[in-house]
Design a protein around this ligand. Structure first.
Ligand SMILES: NC(=O)c1ccc[n+]([C@@H]2O[C@H](COP(=O)([O-])OP(=O)(O)OC[C@H]3O[C@@H](n4cnc5c(N)ncnc54)[C@H](OP(=O)(O)O)[C@@H]3O)[C@@H](O)[C@H]2O)c1
Length: 286
């Protein structure tokens, strides 16, 4: 059996079309363009690809985007002041911080500083807390794209055994909450997990985002599992994921490729979060 291969680019295109229509209606209603600002601190070559893809996705759906670049050695109080200024600027409706940031800056402090109603990435503790208690509003874009893909593939989550390989604050932990909110049984693995294969082989749905090429082979999955690969690993042959795609696709029922799987859907979901922050800004008038 060969798995059905999810076409993330097609799903993203459909999402962008829907979002474009919604934005036309909203900007007509509020007579104000949507402006989203990305804060970039220092230079990180791996971030440039995301910046470019996000800017062109914004342009396609009618969102204005601006990149503010700051030097690598900017002090924490200075960058926090800049974020506060963006929070208070009524022309700005969404804020991204481009991670990773230089090591003298605390990602947690930066995440806490972005106003919750402008927090496009859903990383503010208020938004993560809402996700945790099932009062979902601004959901982190990558976990949200996993849900989007599963829904698109008509995969029922209730009662399913789901294994996640990743326990980061921005991917694995929000995913746990989202899956529990939908009555899946969830197991989370990470670098200290003793017997990774022992867990992953039990999964009806395996979601992996370790950032290690070929971490997941066909021996790691059970027959007909759904396999979602979040990993993005730059290689000399282009980007690859965590999954040994060619062998796993012969055993799985549904699989996402890298590239062309989760990545494009994540960018499209960032646009849908921008629509949410815009609406919140308009309702609050800030
Ligand atoms: N497709 C997308 O749209 C998208 C979006 C964001 C990120 N990504 C990609 O997703 C991956 C993860 O991103 P992230 O920001 O969450 O990175 P991260 O913070 O480095 O998280 C990696 C996770 O994988 C776990 N891990 C690492 N090696 C492992 C192993 N051998 N066995 C089991 N677990 C292992 C880590 O465990 P410990 O915490 O214990 O080390 C950690 O929980 C990266 O490849 C990133 O480029 C993709």
């Amino acid at each position: 059996m060969t798995a059905t291969i999810i076409n993330g680019r097609e799903i993203a295109k459909e999402l962008r079309n829907t979002i474009k229509g919604e934005i036309q209606n909203l900007t007509k209603k509020y007579h104000k363009d949507i402006l989203v600002v990305t804060v970039v601190i220092g230079e990180d070559p791996s971030s440039e690809m995301y910046l470019k893809l996000r800017s062109s996705a914004c342009e396609e759906v009618g969102i204005k985007s601006k990149i503010l670049r700051y030097p690598r050695d900017i002090s924490e109080p200075t960058i926090l002041r800049q974020i506060h200024d963006l929070n208070n600027d009524s022309m700005v409706h969404g804020i991204f911080i481009q991670y990773p940031v230089p090591p003298h800056l605390s990602p947690t402090t930066l995440m806490k500083t972005v106003a919750p109603h402008k927090d496009v990435e859903g990383f503010h503790p208020e938004n993560l807390g809402r996700t945790m208690i099932g009062d979902e509003k601004l959901i982190p874009c990558t976990p949200l794209s996993v849900l989007t893909i599963l829904k698109h593939a008509q995969i029922e989550l209730q009662g399913k055994d789901v294994v996640i390989v990743n326990h980061s604050n921005v991917v694995g932990k929000p995913l746990v909450a989202l899956l529990l909110n939908r009555n899946a049984t969830v197991c989370v693995t990470h670098v200290f997990t003793g017997d990774l294969k022992g867990h992953t082989r039990k999964a009806d749905i395996l979601i992996t985002g370790a950032g290690i090429q070929n971490l997941i082979t066909k021996d790691h999955i059970k027959e007909k599992a759904v396999v979602i690969d979040i990993g993005i690993i730059p290689t000399k042959d282009g980007v690859r994921g965590d999954v040994d795609f060619n062998s796993v696709k012969e055993k799985a029922s549904i699989i996402t490729p890298v590239p062309g799987g989760v990545g494009p859907v994540t960018i499209a979901n960032a646009l849908s979060n921008m629509v949410i922050t815009y609406k919140m800004c308009m309702e609050k008038d800030v």
